[in-house]
Design a protein around this ligand. Structure first.
Ligand SMILES: Cc1cc2nc3c(=O)[nH]c(=O)nc-3n(C[C@H](O)[C@H](O)[C@H](O)COP(=O)(O)OP(=O)(O)OC[C@H]3O[C@@H](n4cnc5c(N)ncnc54)[C@H](O)[C@@H]3O)c2cc1C
Length: 403
């Protein structure tokens, strides 16, 4: 967090203690949200969030901020719908403006197979509590007048699934509001403390070794985004996670507030929305090669812009202003991994891949409930790590906006 924001966001900095009830590794959205819900819902405040850089400096401050619940499997629809509902009241609850804006989200279909897929998504979503409808090209054009329905001749728009609740929120503000809410109730947030190893008694994790000394707690939770495999290894776990870079970029500003929706195309593997400043914000698919590389490359700009211009020719007149990269913790079935692990005292929330920003409230709420009660909430039971050895994977190709 920079000096300017430090003055705006009211955080109290504490000296690190040697013991806590809960240690959370990672000051991204999921770590902060878990701390927030522990404090607000369970009155558990003897909690430390350890962040090696600054809060929200990982993926929770690098994403394209899309919030939606139109997922591909019932378990995910229910979970993300809960998150959407929590997001809807989070500004009021925290008394912080997060620029939460309901915009509606389209997933375009360009082929007969795409038509069937999006139609099926709409029906399945409705059956499990998310509001998604199938819409015609004429209806799309009314809401997104900039679209070229012919798709340059190669990708004609035949229809789309439309999720009216699709939204965006300012990512930093979400992180800061949750941090403040937890901190005001006594949670210690420690920036620039890096966890180097786990402290163990026998097979049980009893604390963490950091670059500023040892800290003990009966429960240690990892919420470390793309770095979870390193943390898992410290605890003695080999996690089914591959880390892939994901890039995004913004253009200079287009007529402010004229592009009101979020549009995604699985066939063209891109999605687009407009920021409050008027920039066009464009995202794509993960880099295919797993790595921990934060480098942003020109190839992505070229290929993704070409695909985006197929549907939105007006983009040709804009300039690219900024590009950045984050690291995504991808699980084999594209679903999150949440809960206890085989290592006593060690909990994880991971596998958030390219879709974990929208999950921040429900992820934190359910992990807090698990920590406070010892019981796995029904909402996240399907996402236990044990599903991989029990052959109960939750394959969800609807998890990323580009598949
Ligand atoms: C370009 C991009 C676009 C995206 N777009 C969307 C989107 O539109 N919608 C959506 O829902 N999701 C999106 N995502 C995904 C989303 O951002 C992530 O899934 C989510 O932010 C993960 O949150 P987290 O709290 O698990 O991890 P992070 O926010 O990455 O936080 C983890 C923190 O752990 C810290 N850490 C790591 N190791 C240690 C250690 N040893 N000691 C102490 N601290 C440590 C890191 O510094 C980091 O701050 C996108 C991601 C990227 C990269």
């Amino acid at each position: 967090m920079n000096e300017f924001m430090e003055r705006k966001v009211k955080l109290k900095w504490y000296e690190p203690k040697s013991t806590y009830d809960v240690i959370i590794i990672g000051g991204g959205g999921h770590g902060l949200s878990t701390a927030y819900y522990l404090a607000t819902r369970h009155n558990i405040t003897n909690v430390a969030v350890l962040e090696r850089k600054y809060i929200g400096g990982g993926n929770s401050g690098r994403n394209t901020t899309v919030i939606r619940a139109n997922y591909g499997i019932p378990e995910a629809v229910r979970f993300y719908q809960r998150s959407l509902d929590l997001y809807n009241t989070l500004e009021q609850e925290t008394d912080r403006y997060m620029m939460y804006a309901t915009k509606g989200l389209f997933w375009m279909s360009h082929t007969e197979a795409g038509l069937r897929r999006e139609y099926a998504r709409a029906e399945m979503n409705k059956a499990f509590g998310a509001n998604t409808e199938y819409v015609t090209p004429k209806q799309i054009k009314e809401i997104v007048p900039q679209i070229d329905l012919s798709g340059g001749g190669a990708y004609p728009v035949l229809g789309a699934s439309y999720h009216p609740q699709g939204a965006t929120a300012r990512h930093d503000r979400v992180n800061w509001a949750l941090a403040e809410g937890a901190n005001q109730r006594g949670v210690h947030i420690h920036q620039r403390i890096e966890v180097l190893d786990m402290l163990k008694q026998g097979e049980r994790v009893v604390g963490v070794k950091t670059d500023q000394g040892d800290m003990y707690a009966p429960i240690v939770m990892s919420a470390t985004g793309g770095h979870v495999t390193a943390i898992g290894k410290m605890a003695g776990l080999r996690l089914p996670i591959r880390t892939h870079p994901l890039q995004a970029y913004v253009t200079n500003h287009y007529e402010v507030d004229t592009f009101k929706s979020i549009v995604a195309s699985t066939d063209l593997t891109f999605y687009i929305s407009q920021t409050a400043r008027g920039e066009m914000l464009i995202g794509a698919e993960i880099d295919p090669q797993p790595s921990f590389n934060y480098r942003a490359d020109h190839r992505l700009l070229q290929t993704c812009s070409l695909r985006a211009m197929t549907l939105f020719p007006f983009l040709r007149k804009l300039r690219i202003l900024r590009q950045w990269t984050g690291l995504c913790d991808m699980s084999p079935d594209y679903s999150p991994i949440m809960g206890k692990t085989d290592v006593d005292g060690f909990y994880i929330t991971t596998g958030w891949g390219t879709w974990g920003f929208k999950a921040i409230p429900a992820g934190g709420e359910t992990m807090a409930q698990l920590i406070a009660t010892g019981e796995t909430p029904e909402l996240i039971a399907p996402f236990a790590l044990s599903r991989f050895r029990e052959d109960r994977t939750k394959a969800d190709r609807g998890s990323a906006g580009t598949h």
